[in-house]
Design a protein around this ligand. Structure first.
Ligand code: T5A
Length: 210
């Protein structure tokens, strides 16, 4: 693989969509050919799986079913979109990836981490993101922001304790892989969040002109 693989993670209401555009614009400005994509999703089939995962038609979905659907969407996305783009030297910017599975299905739903690791190896081989930006926000602040948006999907209807486990799960992961993760304090105003993100991207691209 020759391209850079960058992922963006965050608990609910952390400001991922808002900051994804900022990251995309920065990378394009410094000359990267960027493919922006998302999980679950990124291909027609994976987007259909996303609809199944988020829909209230399937409230009470079994957690193993949820996990396997997430990885089915990921297998398709990797083979059809992510791997070809990386091989072509593009920078892939992905809104959530397998760290979200460890956080939501692992820490959130309580699925054993080893099961997730087995699927990760099966579906991804040795492919891992080069950089993961984690937008960290206390659950109360994030939920307040998220509920000011559209009607809550199947995940957004969960209890605060679910989201707290997710946040703690992400924070644990950042400790295990400090070289890959950059933790951003996303509780502050948007301009202050983007100053932190810019600093991470400046280091990544060795470009301090922007
Ligand atoms: N999922 C996903 C799994 O369970 N397992 C997996 O393996 C994967 C890949 C969909 C769901 O799928 C689950 C997790 C998710 O529940 P998603 O679409 O990425 O994934 O989920 P969301 O968390 O809903 O993503 P969004 O990017 O839409 O939401 P955010 O992070 O809430 O971002 P955003 O930008 O919409 O911000 C929310 C509001 O806050 C404001 C914004 O203007 C917006 O109104 N805001 C701020 N306000 C004040 N200060 C700031 N710093 C602000 N930043 C943003």
């Amino acid at each position: 693989m020759t391209g850079l693989f960058i992922t963006l993670e965050g608990s609910e209401g952390a400001g991922k969509s808002t900051n994804l555009k900022y990251i995309y614009d920065y990378l394009v400005r410094v000359g990267h050919q960027v493919l922006q994509t998302r999980e679950p999703g990124g291909t027609p089939l994976s987007e259909s799986i996303r609809e199944l995962l988020l829909s209230h038609d399937y409230d009470g979905m079994d957690s193993d079913t949820e996990l396997l659907l997430v990885f089915a969407a990921r297998a398709e996305h990797l083979k059809k979109v992510i791997i070809p783009a990386l091989k072509a030297g593009q920078t892939v910017l992905c809104d959530r990836f397998t760290d979200a599975t460890y956080a939501y299905q692992g820490a959130g739903r309580g699925i054993d981490e080893q099961r997730i690791a087995d699927l990760e190896t099966w579906v991804q081989g040795s492919l891992r993101p080069d950089l993961t930006v984690f937008l960290d926000v206390p659950v109360e602040i994030g939920m307040k922001r998220a509920t000011n948006r559209s009607a809550p999907d199947r995940f957004e209807k969960e209890q605060l304790s679910f989201f707290d486990r997710i946040r703690q799960g992400y924070l644990q992961q950042t400790l295990k892989e400090p070289d890959r993760y950059r933790v951003i304090d996303a509780s502050v105003d948007l301009a202050a969040v983007q100053v932190q993100i810019k600093s991470v991207l400046d280091q990544l691209t060795d470009n301090n002109q922007h």
